[in-house]
Ligand binder design. Sequence first.
Ligand code: IMP
Length: 196
Amino acid sequence: MKKIMIASQNKGKIIEYEYWLKPLGYTVYSLLDFPIGTIDETGDDFKTNALIKARALSNHLQFTVLADDSGLLVDALNGLPGVHSRRFSESGTDHANNIKLLRVMENIANRHAKFVCVIALLIPNQEPMFFEGTVYGTIHTVIEGNKGFGYDPLFIPEGYHETFGTLNETVKHNISHRKKAFKQCLDYLMTLEHKN
Ligand code: IMP
């Protein structure tokens, strides 16, 4: 049986990984099955934080751990909220984060932004591997849709006219920053399977 631990308690992320991994025969676990308390994301960049999360879990497990760190980078805000995406507003709820982003961008015409995701993959007895994905888009002027999570109701991916919050979920599953990082990660996992 192929087992993988997603080092996250973010239901939105876990749903996305399950969507990709279950059809490939993986039994998917997450921090929701294995609560180890809060992991302090003390790094200054996505890669460091992804590794911190993966290591926090791999110390307890004998199978593969996948952790991602991700966030929204807004051009006009010099890359903010970036690594602080989850705690951008005081309460840190998705809704409060979206409201704050709309407020700080009220008079800003340049709405260009991107989501970035870095995956850290820790396979027992191997060096960590990293995979990165980006999706470009713009920040909408109103909150639209209730699909996905985080800033999805504000993010209009390039080539579309609706937010990730409104678009059919399969669109996000196929073009997102997480999917792009995951695709590379999967290719790597496949090369290992062929070697064994
Ligand atoms: P973390 O990677 O769990 O530390 O959280 C990153 C934060 O970035 C999330 O809580 C969201 O606010 C935001 N974020 C990351 N990926 C996405 C996404 O796919 N959609 C919407 N927001 C996201």
